[in-house]
Ligand binder design. Structure first.
Ligand code: DQA
Length: 146
């Protein structure tokens, strides 16, 4: 099984950006957690982070027929990007949306998620562990299809 983990803008600033909201763990800590989780689950994992909407769309398109699951934190593009939603719909790969913070308890503009209209599941406010939970969900889902 192959899982693609996609992170949008400013996720590379984890540990530096608003630690009161996103915690003190760094982007490097997140990458280590993704690698460890992939090993534990016995799945292949590729991760991609970009601050550019079109690059995120390109990466989702490239996943077509190459990946069995997508974990995506579109970050600020969650609340604005129809293009990311359409790309997810185009490739048709099972996807889980992750937000490190509890977006429900934040500003009203964070209550809307375009990508979430496609994703099977949304994990919010669980910190970096949300990514692990999303990978576990996709692995279990994939096992059911075998
Ligand atoms: C975020 C929440 C978004 O509203 C915000 O723009 C982010 C990160 C999260 O992981 O909590 O950049 O997706």
């Amino acid at each position: 099984m192959k899982i693609l983990v996609i992170n949008g803008p400013n996720i590379n600033m984890l540990g530096i950006r608003e630690p009161g909201i996103y915690g003190k763990q760094t982007f490097a800590d997140l990458l280590a957690l993704l690698e460890d989780t992939a090993k534990e689950l016995g799945v292949e994992m590729e991760q991609y982070q970009s601050n550019h909407e079109g690059d995120l769309v390109d990466k989702i398109q490239e996943a077509y027929q190459r990946f069995d699951g997508i974990v995506i934190n579109p970050a600020a593009y969650t609340h604005t990007s129809v293009a990311i939603l359409d790309a997810l719909k185009a490739v048709g790969i099972p996807a889980v949306e992750v937000h490190i913070s509890n977006v429900d308890a934040r500003e009203p503009f964070r209550q809307v998620s375009y990508a979430g209209l496609y994703c099977e599941k949304t994990i919010k406010g669980q910190g970096l562990d949300g990514y692990r939970q999303a990978m576990v969900y996709l692995k279990e889902r994939y096992a059911l299809t075998l």
